[in-house]
Design a protein around this ligand. Sequence first.
Ligand code: ADP
Ligand code: MG
Length: 568
Amino acid sequence: VEDSPPATITNGFRLIIDAMKLNGLDTIYGVAGIPITDLARLAQASGIRYIGFRHEQSAGNAAAIAGYLTQKPGVCLTVSAPGFLNGMVALANATINGFPMIQISGSSDRAIVDLQQGDYEELDQMNAAKPFAKAAYRVNRPQDIGIGLARAIRAAVSGRPGGVYLDLTAEVLAATLDAGEGARSLVEVVDAAPHQLPAADAVSRALDLLAKAERPLIILGKGAAYAQADADIRSFIERTGVPFLPMSMAKGLLPDDHPQSAAAARSFALAQADVTMLIGARLNWLLGHGRSPEWSETAKFIQLDILPMEMDSNRAIAAPVVGDIASSIAAMLAGLAPGRVKPDAAWLAAIEEHKRKNIERMAARLQANPDPMDFYSALNAIKGVLADRPDIYLVNEGANTLDVTRNVIDMHAPRKRLDTGTWGVMGVGMGYAIGAAVTSGQPVVAIEGDSAFGFSGMELETICRYHLPVVTIVFDNGGIYRGDDINRGGGPDPAPTALMKGARYEKLIEAFGGTGYSAATPQALGRALRDALASGKPALINCAIDPTVGTESGHIGNLNPQSKLNAA
Ligand code: ADP
Ligand code: MG
C-alpha cells in the first residue's frame, strides 16, 4: 500500500476512497494494474469490498447490474488505455440500458498524452469515453476529487440513469494535500436522484385516454422495474383490470402467472390494442418501433418516462407523462376513480382465448422428450426446479437460449431476470451473475448459450475465488445459432458459426475447484441443478443440446441482411 502520509497530509488515493465512502459506495469491481493497484489495495484496507476480475468488460457489467439492482451507481475500476477501453463496452451498454454506473480509470501523464509523445498506455481517455457515456469528467487536481465524484454520482443516477466515466490521472492519485483541506473538499451528495413530479394536466390527459379505451394494454419495461414502485404499479394494473405485457427484464414485476398477464398472447395484444400505456419501456426495435405490422396504425399511446425527449421518438405519443415512475404512477393511482377505466369484456375474452391456445401449444413442446435434448425439454427441467425458488436471480444470454428461456421460465419477483437488454448484446453473463450475487448474497442461475458463455467464461475463476453461489448452465449445441453448419467452400476449416462439438465445459470450473456436471437428459439436468443449488457453491452444468435445433439469429432472423438479389 502507498506510503502512509502523516496524519496532517492526505493524497489522491485516500481522497477518492473517502469520497466513495462518504457517499455509500461500498463495492468496487475492477482489474488491478498501473496506476490503480494501490487504490484497489487501499480501498480494501479501508473497508470497501473489492472484487477483482479477469477482464474489465465483466467488471463493468457487474458494476452496471449492481447499479440496476440498487439504484446506486456501480463502480468499475480499470487501468489505462486497453483496460479503459475494455471497460468502455460495459459502460456503453450501461448507458444504452439506463443502468447507473461509474467507470473510474487511471490515466497516463497528461503532458505527454496531450503532445502525443508516446507514453506507456497513452490515450486521451476522457474524450474517447464521451460518445459512449452519459457524461465524462477528468480530475486534474486532488482538491477536485470530491466534486468530481459528486458530479459522477449525480450524472449516473439522476434523470435517465446511465454510465459515467471519471478519469483520474496518475499524478492526481499520487498528489498530496493538507488533510484538513482534503476533508473540506469532499462532497456528500444530497438527493442524488430527485423525484420528478409529472404535471397534473399530463396525468389527467393520460387517464382520460385510458378511460376511453376499449382494448387497453399496459407494457412494463425495465425502467418500471428499476424504479422500485412495485406495489403501486401492481395496484394500478389490478384496479384498472388492464392486461399487461412485461418486457423481458420486467418479467416478475408482477408474477408471470398473474391472471392479467397477456404475455402468452403477445402478438395478438400488440396488434389489437387501441390504447397502450408504456411504463418505463421504449418503442425501440424490441417493440417493432411502435409501427405496423406489429401495431395497429390507429393505436394511441400513453408513455410514462423520465426523459422528455423519449416522447415521439418512434411514433406520436398522445399522452406523454414525464416524471419519475414512482411519482407518476402514484399520481395516476390518486386520480383513478373506481370503475373509470374499463376494458371491454370481449377484449379480455379474446386475450384469454389466445393465451389458452398458446399455452397448450407450449405445453406440448415442453412435454415432448426428444433424444438428444432440445432447448424446450432442457428448459422444462430447469422450470421445474426454479418454480419453488422465486429468490433466485436468473441471468440469460444467447440467441435461441435467450428466446426460449424468456418464454419458458416464469419469474415471480421483480428485478430477478437479468439479460441481454436493449442492445441484445452477448458477453454480459458472468459479469451480471457476479454483480447480482455480490450485491444480493442470493443464488444466481445463469442460462447461457455455448457461444454467449465464451465471451466471459474466464470469470468462472472469479466466481470460484470469491465463493459465489452461481450455477452456470451451458446449452451446448456446438455453435452460434446451430451446431450443424458446414464450410460452404468444402475446405477443412469449421463453419463460421461452428464451435467445438462435444465440448466439456464442465471441466473448466473444475480447474478452479468448482463442481462440474454434464447432463444429456432433462432428468439428469434437473438432478444436477437441484444438487448444485443445495450445495450453495459455484457449479457449471454442461447440457448437450441437439446441434440440429435452433434458428439462425433466434427470433430476430429478420435483422440479418439478405441480398436483394435473393428476393428477385
Ligand atoms: P425495455 O427494454 O424493458 O422496454 P427500456 O430500457 O427500453 O426498457 O426503457 C426504459 C425506460 O425507462 C427508458 O426510456 C428510461 O428513460 C425510463 N426510466 C428509467 N428509469 C426511470 C425512472 N426511475 N422513472 C421514469 N422512467 C425511467
Ligand atoms: Mg449455441
